[in-house]
Design a protein around this ligand. Structure first.
Ligand SMILES: C[S@@+](CC[C@H](N)C(=O)[O-])C[C@H]1O[C@@H](n2cnc3c(N)ncnc32)[C@H](O)[C@@H]1O
Length: 250
């Protein structure tokens, strides 16, 4: 399957170079995220990008290639696993794949120790797309969500990795508990992934911004829309999946 976000540089990277950057995020999710960023640009929503858990940069590079001139980015990781060399690999990938490295700040840090100013400072303003993919324990996720919320553009998006992953079932509970305390926020899209590991990403935004994204996603990707919505009690969210179907149990 060939994926298209509407941004040529991202589409080239995701379809031709994605596997050259070791990482965990799916091509499908990178394309949807870049499409959302392209849509933000068209709506005049400008701002920066940030990611916790940048690793070798697989998803960060897609986000960075979707930024506009003048927009900045912050990539945060402890860069300890599998060795500190991972930070050098990230830098080499960014250079090789045409990212504006001068606009990207790479922070070697445990997000637990960061304050919002550590992110909005280097970025120099609100963040319009924030990918949270760091420590996969519920307390850390709530902390990272607080950081992302504190720096987000009012119409921005927070994207969460590894939701519903069999290995991290309590992350979804943490998101639900966090949303109960942040009544202005909701999940507006669940991005499924290509393989058997059920680890979708959730995209969150403020309630009043949801309509900006939902209609556009349904129009842009009708073939990937799973008709039955994702049920969140007080609202529903779109589900995008590479293979929309009901499970066949034989
Ligand atoms: C699953 S990998 C990220 C994959 C990457 N985003 C991608 O798309 O390929 C998770 C990363 O989070 C980092 N990490 C874990 N806990 C962290 C923390 N508390 N602060 C910053 N980074 C953390 C790890 O070092 C690891 O590189």
């Amino acid at each position: 399957m060939k994926y298209g976000s509407g941004i040529a540089a991202v589409d080239h990277y995701v379809n031709k170079e994605y596997d050259s950057v070791f990482g965990m995020s799916s091509q499908f999710a990178a394309i949807i995220a870049a499409h959302v960023m392209d849509h933000q640009t068209k709506l005049g929503i400008s701002g920066n990008i940030a990611e916790i858990g940048t690793f070798e940069g697989r998803f960060f590079i897609a986000m960075a290639l979707a930024t506009q001139p003048g927009e900045k980015g912050v990539g945060i990781d402890t860069f300890e696993w599998p060795s500190p060399k991972v930070r050098d690999k990230l830098h080499a990938h960014m250079v090789r794949l045409g990212v504006r490295t001068a606009d990207m700040t790479i922070l070697t840090a445990n997000s637990e120790n960061l304050k919002p100013a550590n992110i909005s400072g280097p970025a120099g303003g609100p963040v319009r797309f924030f990918h949270v993919d760091g420590d996969h324990n519920p307390k850390a996720l709530k902390h990272d969500l607080d950081l992302a919320y504190a720096v987000m553009h009012p119409q921005g998006v927070i994207c969460l990795d590894d939701m519903l992953h069999p290995g991290f079932p309590l992350l979804t509970v943490a998101v639900y508990e966090w949303l109960e305390k942040h009544g202005d926020m909701r999940v507006f899209c669940v991005i499924d992934r290509e393989d058997i590991v059920a680890a979708p990403k959730f995209m969150l935004c403020k309630h009043e911004a949801a309509a900006l994204y939902e209609e556009d996603l349904l129009k842009a990707f009708p073939e990937w829309h799973f008709d039955a919505a994702s049920q969140w009690g007080k609202w529903i969210a779109i589900v995008l999946t590479p293979n929309p179907r009901f499970a066949i149990v034989e």
